[in-house]
Structures are given as C-alpha cells and as structure tokens.
Design a binder for this molecule. Structure first.
Ligand SMILES: *[C@@H]1O[C@H](CO)[C@@H](O)[C@H](O)[C@H]1NC(C)=O
Ligand SMILES: *[C@@H]1O[C@H](CO)[C@@H](O)[C@H](O)[C@H]1NC(C)=O
Ligand SMILES: *[C@@H]1O[C@H](CO)[C@@H](O)[C@H](O)[C@H]1NC(C)=O
Ligand SMILES: *[C@@H]1O[C@H](CO)[C@@H](O)[C@H](O)[C@H]1NC(C)=O
Length: 554
C-alpha cells in the first residue's frame, strides 16, 4: 500500500516536473492540547496513518426533515441517500487524492466515508499538518494527532472532515465501572413492593415493580435490542448465576447473539463488569426480546471508540435493531464539532429507520463523563449533546426517587437547543436564574432526556456478586422498557418508535414520573438541582410502562 503510494507519487513528480501548487485553507484546528494528554514529539515520517475522510452529505437538511416527519421509517436505502455525497464531491475529492498518489476505499454504505492509509510525511505535506505523538497521561497510551490541518480551497463544501486529526479520545478502561463486592444475602426482591428498590441493592424485580415493567414475554422476533460493548465481553455463566438466584421464569430465554466488529474478540471466559451488567439487565427486564451483544474491538481507526463503525454497521443492515444501548462516552471537548455532527447525522439516519439510540449521560455530575475531571467550567458529555440520540441520567431511592449525584447533565457547547425541548429547557433556565451563569452554555442542547435507577445495581461478575453504580445501569433499563413498547407496537402492526426525543417532550411527557429532588455536584459546585419539569440531572423523569403504552396509542 505505502509502496504503491510512494511509487505513484514519484511518477507524478517525474511527469509533471513538480507537484501542482494548490492553495490550502485551514480546515480544522484546536488551540490547545486537551487536558489529560501531553505532546511527546513528532510522529516518525514513515509511520502509516489510517485516516478517514468524510465527504459532505448531499442533503442533511432533508434527512432531518424526514426524521421529524417520520417519513422514512423502515425504508433503508432512502436514509442512506440523504447521507450520500454528490457525484461531483466524490469526483473532486478522488481527483485530489489520486493526484497525490493516494488510493481510497469507501467504508460506508452511503458512500460518505472513505479510508486511506498514508505515511505521516505525505499527510503532513498534503494537509499542511504536523502529526505528532500525544500520550494519554492516565494510561500512557499514545496516539498520533495534529492540532490543525488544511485542505485545498476547492475541496471546501465537498470534503467535510479528515479524522482522526484534531479529536482525542481517552482510552477505554478495561473495567470502567465502580464495582463493590456484595456481601449480603442474594435473594430476589418482592415484586409486589415498589419500595423494594429503596433500601439497599437494585435488582430486575424491583425495577419491574417500580416502573410497572411487565414480565409478559415479548412476541416479535423482528424487533431486537443491541447492547454495544467496547473491549469487554459478557459471560453466559454469570448470566445463569444471576438468574438462578433471581428466580427468573424457567421459560425465559437466557441467550443472546453476538456480532464482532473492529477486531472485537468476544471472550466470555474474561467477562467485563459493564458487559455483564448490560446483558443481565436487558435480558432480565426485556423479557424474551432478542438481545444481541455487539463486541467492538480496538482495531478501529474511527477515533470515537468505534461509535462511527457501529452506526455505519447498522445503517448497512436491511433489518436494523429497534433499540441500541451504549454505556460509553467521554467529554465533549475532546472531539471536533465536525466529527460530532457527522456521527449525530448517522444517528439521525438510524432514528429515521426506526432505531432508538440510547446513551448514558455520564457519571461525574456537572464535571463530565469521567470522574476525576478537574474543571472550572461545567464539562458537557459526548455524545449526549447530539439531539438525535436519547441521553439517560440516573436516579436513586424509590419513595420518592431522587436524582443521583453522579448523574451527568448539562448543556452542549456543540449542538444548539433543538425546538422539541425549548419550552422544557427554557423553564429550567428561568428557574436557574443567574446561578452558575458563565459556567454552562445556555444556548446548548440540554441533557439528559430521561432517567432511571442508577445506584447499587446487583450483578454477577466473574462468578461472584457485586453492586455497581452509574448511568450505565440506567441506560439498559430504559432501553429494555422501550424494547418492550416496540414489541407491542410491532405486534399491533405499527412502526417502532425510532427517534424518541420529540415524543418524550410532548405526548410522551405524561408517561414519565417527574423527579424533583437531587443535585449533581462537580467542578467545586453543588451542580444543578432537580426540580419540577425537565432538569439537567433526571431529564423529564423515569418511565411508567402503562402510561407509555397509552401515550403510543396502545
Ligand atoms: C511540529 O510538532 C513538533 C512536536 O511534535 C514540534 O517540535 C515542531 O516545532 C512542530 N513544527 C511546527 C512547524 O510547528
Ligand atoms: C459488608 O459490606 C459492608 C459495606 O461494604 C460493610 O459495612 C460490612 O461490614 C460488610 N459485612 C461483612 C460481614 O463483611
Ligand atoms: C433466544 O434468543 C436468541 C438470541 O436472541 C435467539 O437466537 C433464539 O432464537 C431464542 N430462542 C428461543 C427459544 O426463543
Ligand atoms: C455555545 O453553544 C453554541 C451552540 O448552541 C455554540 O455555537 C457556541 O460555540 C457555544 N459557546 C461556547 C463558549 O462553547
């Protein structure tokens, strides 16, 4: 590959005498190295970079209009047509690449993403960049990034972004959760008592009681739920252990399917806490909904943990899942606005095809996704800022439920406030008054959208019981509720819910219990406070299954 590139380059130089001079224009840059990373030195000239190029989508406005009008539900190819670049963009970008001796591979079904492999020296020259080695301080992991790059001015409007360049993702820890060994007596809560979630640990039975989640098995095999896992696997034996102690009905289907991408290596002999949690609670709560675990490995050059690869994988499917739940993320300021917009548009396309995308809001209150962030200004979470996904916060206790202090929430610096949440968020901003003025972006999209229990979840992990906290607990809980609603919709011959947000803030509002106490401290403040109506800790509240059925017209 590299050999070919260099050969072509020298041929070009021979025939034309000298490379065509093009006027380069700065395309993306960041002023400073993000906190948590340090510059180690220049990247070796002959190191191969795996870069991706996003071509400008031909009609994102049309996609968003179609998403709002629910026109595209279940019509796969049409969603891709909006994301596809124009033929002219494809031609202009490919001409530029081949003129520099670079060959590209198309890596998304819509044709909007290309992959190239180039040596650092060529990338630095063609993009007027300075690719350097940056070291993540916490883990020592190194990555090659540049603080700026340029593209020929005639590519503006055709080439959306080159990535990973100015975005920095923290490495995903092997065990991202805070798990505590459980030393109590393992026995199921009484399903009859909603207060069952209150005193100590949370289990599926108490969540079923608290939110009215039925144990009636789902019937529609076409409507499935995907749990994504990054460098972690769940374990079927932990799942068996969990349910042998939790009295789940013998007829319940305790199996799940597995998909591997990006070198994902599903290895149940070395289970992860997050993966075990997600599988045990989706299988336990979404009774008989088919569950698929997507194992995403580290062989991704997508620069956002594999989120882009995951989205593109399902955009390419004839039958995408009805719900995807993801309990991973990072701080928003690590990622360029353009890559966030691009990923968000992929979620819009999935939403238009009937997929509900759920992400955990993060576990560090107003200080962001990851605990231990030092901050003065509040730190928004990624990808919760994207309005085309549903961000899930955490609650604790059950009479009444309150916002959990860890529940990340706030306002995006990248995405502006969408109209579907304007009255809900404006009411909160009015309540807030001048408090924290300047620490958060009052024009940004507010998150989370909804919440559920996220404290003291019991899991079986590595053959033993642990308790675990976080919006990682809340997200599969809400995902299970939505999956069961979708099952009923499909059984009634109706479409799955797809993108949830406009519904959550309008007809769906009555199907959530408003959580009005709790706060999410961080950055040396008490954080935001929950109150009547939407708030940036608990969103519009926690689900009530029977009211959701009514709200969707069942
Ligand atoms: C490029 O980055 C290296 C560090 O990786 C730095 O030493 C060098 O001064 C930079 N070059 C330019 C032209 O900015
Ligand atoms: C069980 O764990 C709790 C909290 O971690 C601790 O306070 C208690 O002493 C432990 N009990 C036993 C018997 O180890
Ligand atoms: C159990 O679930 C798996 C994975 O979702 C599915 O392939 C299988 O058909 C299910 N089995 C039954 C008996 O429903
Ligand atoms: C605030 O959010 C808007 C998007 O709503 C964004 O354009 C602006 O740059 C953000 N301000 C800061 C200081 O980040």
């Amino acid at each position: 590959m590299i050999f070919n590139v260099l050969t072509l380059l020298s041929l070009t130089a021979l025939t034309s005498g000298k490379p065509v001079a093009r006027s380069l224009e700065l395309h993306e840059s960041r002023d400073t190295i993000p906190s948590g990373f340090k510059l180690t030195g220049p990247a070796p000239a002959d190191t191969t970079l795996d870069l991706r190029l996003a071509l400008t989508s031909s009609d994102t406005d049309g996609l968003i209009q179609a998403l709002y009008s629910k026109r595209l539900l279940n019509k796969a190819p049409q969603a891709n047509q909006y994301l596809a670049p124009t033929q002219n963009s494809v031609a202009v970008v490919n001409e530029w690449l081949s003129g520099n001796g670079i060959s590209a591979t198309t890596i998304s079904s819509a044709g909007n993403w290309l992959a190239v492999s180039v040596p650092v020296s060529l990338a630095n020259e063609v993009l007027d960049a300075n690719f350097s080695i940056f070291t993540h301080e916490g883990s020592g992991q190194q990555s090659i990034r540049t603080l700026s790059y340029s593209i020929p001015s005639e590519l503006k409007g055709h080439l959306d972004l080159i990535h990973p360049t100015v975005s920095f993702a923290s490495p995903i820890p092997k065990s991202p959760m805070r798990a505590t060994k459980y030393n109590g007596t393992v026995q199921p809560k009484s399903a009859a008592q909603p207060s069952a979630c209150q005193d100590d640990e949370v289990d599926p039975a108490c969540l079923q009681a608290l939110y009215g989640i039925p144990t009636t098995p789902a019937t529609e095999s076409s409507s499935y739920l995907v749990v994504t896992g990054y460098s972690q696997s769940p374990s079927p034996s932990d799942l068996e252990l969990f349910y042998s102690n939790y009295g789940m009905s013998e007829s319940a289907n305790l199996t799940y399917s597995v998909i591997e991408i990006d070198g994902g290596d599903y290895d149940p002999s070395d289970p992860g806490d997050e993966a075990d949690l997600d599988i045990q609670y989706t299988i336990g709560l979404a009774t008989n909904v088919p569950v698929t675990f997507m194992s995403v490995g580290v062989d991704t050059s997508d620069g956002v943990f594999g989120f882009l690869d995951t989205a593109n994988y399902f955009l390419n499917e004839d039958s995408p899942p009805s719900v995807i739940t993801t309990s991973y993320g990072d701080n928003e300021d690590l990622f360029s606005a353009s890559v966030q917009n691009n990923l968000c548009n992929a979620y819009a396309a999935l939403g238009a095809r009937g997929v509900s995308i759920l992400f955990a809001s993060g576990d560090a209150g107003v200080s962001g996704f990851v605990t231990g962030t030092s901050c003065t200004d509040f730190v928004p979470s990624f990808p919760s800022g994207c309005p085309y996904l549903t961000s899930v916060g955490a609650t604790t206790g059950s009479s009444p439920e309150t916002g959990a202090s860890l529940s990340a929430g706030g306002f995006s610096n990248v995405f502006s406030r969408p109209s579907f949440q304007s009255s809900a968020v404006e009411a909160y901003l009015e309540y807030l008054g001048d408090t924290y003025s300047g620490l958060y972006n009052a024009s940004g999209r507010g998150y989370p959208d909804v919440s559920a229990q996220g404290d003291n979840f019991l899991i079986a992990w590595g053959g033993e019981f642990y308790t675990i906290d976080g919006t990682s607990c809340s997200t599969p809980t809400v995902a299970s509720v939505i999956s069961l609603i979708n099952d009923r919709l499909v059984a009634a011959g109706m479409s799955t819910l797809g993108w949830l947000n406009p519904f959550l803030y309008s007809t769906g509002l009555s199907a959530f219990t408003d959580i009005t106490s709790g706060d999410n401290p961080g950055c040396n403040t008490n954080g935001f406070s929950a109150t009547t109506g939407w708030d940036p800790i608990t969103g519009v509240g926690t689900p009530v299954f029977s009211d959701l059925l009514t709200a969707v017209g069942l």
